[in-house]
Structure formats: structure tokens, C-alpha cells
Design a protein around this ligand. Structure first.
Ligand SMILES: Cc1cc2nc3c(=O)[nH]c(=O)nc-3n(C[C@H](O)[C@H](O)[C@H](O)COP(=O)(O)OP(=O)(O)OC[C@H]3O[C@@H](n4cnc5c(N)ncnc54)[C@H](O)[C@@H]3O)c2cc1C
Length: 306
């Protein structure tokens, strides 16, 4: 219920204006978002890399309605990749892109062309791209584009969401040699026809998907903050006799930072997903929806009652 309210607020312009101008937001934003500029993103990347962590950078800009906006997003990724290269950070850092931000909803071929240009630039800079997964209406078109990108850039990462009923089969299909797959639970509100609704079913599906990916020949990237699933991931890595360089854990910037460092100190590869950019509002609201414990504190700030 609270989750639905927050997700509705994520689309409400009045709430957005209040959130963007209230001082308490700034603290929350700093916790979950690296900043608004390319320089902020590179600075945060350097700090995380110094702590022994890997990074995937996401430029926040989801509502793209025309080619000029898609071009702007692509250009920002090219600028970011060139800055990461100049700062010698491309061994530690890759980028994550959303195809809707590159035009998927109004020009799928244009989105592919934009994504290909980003993948080319990433390869020149010595790093890779992971293509984020969005809601179920674009699962097929997103995976089709990932497959096309992999022709020239086989390390392009795909993302699969355990809440979708189809995902165990997708994991088997995407577990071939060299395939990089990020496994997450899924962040969108999806209908029962395509997605498990109960947390337990989503978690069980996640475990089946870990098994499929760890048993395959690809490179699983387990994106979760869930302590039980992290334990199961560690257990399966042992069971399937995987060395630590053949899989990784991923978590979001600002969430369980001590656990990120603990896993890295234990010799595991840990990648932090770092968003930056002006369009942080929708991202912040989705993080709040996942963790209602933060909401009371946050609402007091927005309504001025603290
Ligand atoms: C690197 C990364 C990339 C992602 N990419 C995508 C994507 O492309 N597409 C997509 O749909 N979704 C993506 N997601 C979001 C994902 O689908 C989930 O919505 C999100 O990660 C929350 O699920 P969870 O697995 O962390 O478990 P949850 O069910 O949210 O949490 C499980 C448990 O984790 C612990 N926990 C969670 N948050 C906290 C916290 N703040 N502090 C302390 N403990 C906490 C608690 O014990 C909690 O009970 C991504 C997530 C990550 C980490």
C-alpha cells in the first residue's frame, strides 16, 4: 500500500517540486545519488575504487520523448566514458544504460544505434556496458537489442528480473560462455499475469535463477541487498566450484555500504551501481518505495514538520 503511494508520488509534479526544494532532500539525495555532473560521478567513482569496489555508472534521465533528448543522454555517456578513461578508472568502472532513455519507446532502431555508439566508446575506453531492464512491456525488445550489441561487444551485460515468471528460462538461455547477466528482483509494478506478486515467490525464483546462472558458463552478477540471497549466492559459488573472478555481487550506492566493503574485503568482486544527473527524483522515490523505513523521516522534511 505504502509502496503504491510512493510510486504514485514519483509521478506527481507537485510532490516533485516540494521534494526538490526542501533541504532534507539534499541529505537523502547525497546518500543515494553521486551528484548532478560528470565530475561528481567521476569523483565518487574514484572514492569507491579506492575502497576496492567496482562501479557501474547510471546517468539519470528516464523520460525521453524525442530524438534530441535521446541524443543528449548518449552524449553524456560518451563524455562520461572519456572522463573515466582520462582518470584511469575504466578498469574499475563500467556504465549502465536504459534503452528508453536512448529512444526505445518511439524509435527502437535509433535506441540500438545510440546504444551501439556507447558500446563502441566503452570498448575504446577499455570497459563495458550493461543494459538495464525496465518494465515487462520492453523485456523482449531490450533483450533483442542486447543480443545485437553482443555481436560486436560480447561482454555487453543483460539484466534479468526474478519477479518475472519467464526469467528462469531466460537465465538458462543467457548462461552461455562469456555472457554477463545481472540478476535482480525487479523494481517495477507488474501484473500477476507476468510476475510473481508474493515476496517469497520472487525470492524462490531468484534462487532458481542463481542456480541456472552459476551452473552455466557465463558471468553472473548478483544484484541484491538481501542477506539471505547473498548467502545463497556465496554457497552456490562454492557448490559450482567458481573462482572469485567468475561472478560478482552488485548493490546500489548508499545501500548497505558496510556490507559492500565487507564482501570486498573477503575477496569477492563487488560492484556499486552509482546514479548521477539532474533527474534524480524518480530514482530516489523508487528507493524509498523499496525501503518504507526511510519514508517517515523523509515526509517530515517535505511537509516542514521536523
Ligand atoms: C546493482 C543493481 C542494479 C539494479 N538494476 C535493476 C534493473 O536494471 N532493473 C530493475 O527492475 N531493477 C534493478 N535493480 C533493483 C532491484 O530490482 C530491486 O528493486 C532492489 O535491488 C531491491 O531488491 P533487493 O534484492 O535488494 O531486496 P529487497 O527485497 O528490497 O530487500 C531484501 C532485504 O535486503 C536488506 N535491505 C534492503 N535494503 C536495505 C537497506 N537500505 N538497508 C539495510 N538493509 C537493506 C533487508 O534485509 C531486506 O529485507 C537493481 C538493483 C541493484 C542492486
Amino acid at each position: 500500500m505504502l509502496r503504491s503511494v510512493i510510486l504514485a508520488a514519483a509521478r506527481n509534479k507537485w510532490v516533485e517540486r516540494r521534494v526538490e526544494t526542501t533541504p532534507i532532500s539534499r541529505g537523502l539525495v547525497r546518500r543515494f545519488v553521486a551528484g548532478t555532473t560528470t565530475e561528481d560521478a567521476v569523483r565518487t567513482t574514484q572514492q569507491l575504487a579506492d575502497d576496492g569496489l567496482l562501479i557501474s555508472l547510471d546517468y539519470l534521465g528516464e523520460d525521453t520523448f524525442n530524438a534530441a533528448q535521446a541524443e543528449h543522454t548518449k552524449d553524456e555517456y560518451l563524455r562520461l566514458l572519456s572522463s573515466l578513461h582520462a582518470a584511469k578508472l575504466t578498469e574499475a568502472a563500467e556504465v549502465s544504460v536504459k534503452l528508453t532513455a536512448l529512444g526505445l519507446l518511439f524509435d527502437p532502431e535509433g535506441a540500438y544505434v545510440n546504444a551501439k555508439e556507447i558500446c563502441d566508446a566503452a570498448a575504446d575506453a577499455g570497459t563495458t556496458v550493461t543494459v538495464d531492464m525496465e518494465d515487462h512491456t520492453v523485456t523482449d525488445s531490450t533483450l533483442d537489442i542486447v543480443n545485437r550489441l553482443r555481436v560486436d561487444h560480447p561482454k555487453t551485460g543483460a539484466v534479468l528480473q526474478s519477479y518475472l515468471r519467464r526469467t528462469e528460462a531466460d537465465c538458462k538461455e543467457f548462461s552461455g560462455p562469456g555472457s554477463r547477466v545481472r540478476l535482480c528482483k525487479g523494481a517495477y509494478k507488474e501484473p500477476e499475469s507476468v510476475a510473481y506478486q508474493a515476496r517469497l515467490d520472487v525470492d524462490r525464483s531468484y534462487v532458481r535463477c542463481i542456480n541456472a546462472l552459476m551452473n552455466g558458463q557465463g558471468y553472473p552478477m548478483l544484484a541484491t541487498h538481501d542477506p539471505r540471497l547473498i548467502e545463497i549466492g556465496l554457497d552456490r559459488a562454492k557448490w559450482f566450484d567458481r573462482s572469485p573472478d567468475t561472478y560478482e555481487f552488485q548493490m546500489l550506492f548508499g545501500i548497505r555500504p558496510n556490507e559492500q566493503k565487507r564482501l570486498a574485503a573477503d575477496g569477492h568482486r563487488v560492484r556499486v551501481y552509482v546514479p548521477y544527473g539532474d533527474e534524480w527524483y524518480g530514482y530516489l522515490m523508487r528507493r524509498l518505495a523499496e525501503r518504507p523505513a526511510n519514508v517517515g523521516f523523509f515526509l517530515k522534511g517535505v511537509t516542514g514538520k521536523n
